[in-house]
Design a protein around this ligand. Structure first.
Ligand code: FES
Length: 132
């Protein structure tokens, strides 16, 4: 049976925000995604000059991690820290480095910065929200 057209996967880069919106170790840009067809959020932030993006879902309990909307870093702005029980993640890799998140890594979302704009590249598992 042919696949329904809406089942087609989006692979085109999705513009997220202007580069200028992401300050070094500042507030993240949060965006809606469909992760395995379930609504979820991703976030992108700048750390050591690089833009990095992850699914906003802690490895301890699958819940969102920000302290306030878009605030993911600890007080010293060294780690991504979950606001629920304090799991700490290395910002450039997403690897758990302390707290109740074990040996896992946050789900990495591929992003790229070019010509003053930040783009997200959807994957097979994580797709843009389609409004019908
Ligand atoms: S839910 Fe994130 S540390 Fe527990």
């Amino acid at each position: 049976m042919p696949e329904h057209p809406s089942a087609a996967k989006v692979t085109d880069p999705q513009p997220l925000c202007p580069s200028s919106e992401l300050n070094e170790r500042g507030q993240a840009f949060v965006f809606d995604v469909m992760h395995f067809r379930e609504p979820a959020r991703g976030f992108v932030l700048r750390f050591d000059g690089q833009v990095v993006a992850y699914l906003n879902r802690c490895l301890h309990v699958p819940t969102e991690m920000d302290w306030q909307h878009g605030e993911f870093l600890d007080g010293d702005k060294e780690f991504i820290m979950c606001s629920i029980h304090g799991a700490a993640y290395e910002p450039l890799s997403g690897r758990c480095i302390g707290g109740p998140c074990g040996k896992g890594t946050l789900t990495v979302l591929k992003v790229e910065e070019r010509e003053g704009q930040v783009y997200w590249y959807p994957s097979r598992d994580t797709q843009p929200v389609v409004f019908e």
